[in-house]
Design a protein around this ligand. Sequence first.
Ligand SMILES: *Cc1c(COP(=O)(O)O)cnc(C)c1O
Length: 323
Amino acid sequence: MSSPVLPTYADVEAAAARIAGVAHCTPVLTSSTADALVGARVFFKCENFQRMGAFKFRGGYNAISKLTPAQKQAGVLTFSSGNHAQAIALAAKLLGVSATIVMPLDAPAAKRAATEGYGGKVVTYDRYKEDRAAVARALQEKTGAVLIPPYDHDDVIAGQGTAAKELIEEVGQLDYLLTPLGGGGLLSGSLLSAGALSPACKVYGVEPEAGNDGQQSLRKGEVVRIDTPKTLADGAATPYLGDITFPIIKQRVTDIVTVSDAQLVQTMKFFAERMKMVVEPTGCLAAAAVLQKVVSLPAGARVGVVLSGGNVDLAAYGKLLAG
Ligand SMILES: *Cc1c(COP(=O)(O)O)cnc(C)c1O
């Protein structure tokens, strides 16, 4: 297989210009309690306050805005029941493009409603009987819509990299940067930005313990596929990294570490109680690695942490917090 031409920091800069004034430049928050706990200076990049509630708006909007007029006319298509679905639905609506989202029949009603609320057309399939890729392909053939995958796509990666770009531009050089890791769009984009703007920064990806395919892949030097893991971090329950995201990660990442579901719950409680913020379990991955000292940090280190999203099912969230 020929190696792909990988996106670069110039693509992140171009993405930043495209999303300017549309995506929120999210706040960077600090907490003296967090700093005291870890003995470092921690900067939380709050993508839980991004439009539609997660960083995925950045990549989705960048990818759709790059389409040709003919492609925009044909519409976009994706398969996801999570934040990427909402990101594509909202970005498409803002750009006057129609969006079709392929979702399992049994996707949570709240997620379906949110996607439809942003104007996305939801097409369901039976995940026990049908293959979603085949369903998407059939739709694509019928409508000519452009498929925008959740992470393994140059323009998606470049868009996701804008969050770390904003963070470093706002707070200055970092010694460490940690991001959640699912399929690797966020981590690979962040690596491009950190490499250009804060080259000495050590960058870590953080996965759920039950789904450490990224860590296994890094150790083995090739993409390792696992069964879809069971974890509270549903946004990072991806069973393998991408053909574009993995080479970037392999080349540049310092390491990939894991945290348990219990550590995610502790971290959600920390944000609710101390910082008055709702952060979804997946959004807590990187913060959990810092606050629960999974990564040891030298005293006084300057540490960037991406809080990747804040979309929760309130009933489930309440139960976790009360437990
Ligand atoms: C999608 C998602 C992730 C994982 O991002 P990848 O680009 O797939 O690694 C992390 N956190 C949240 C909230 C997400 O929606």
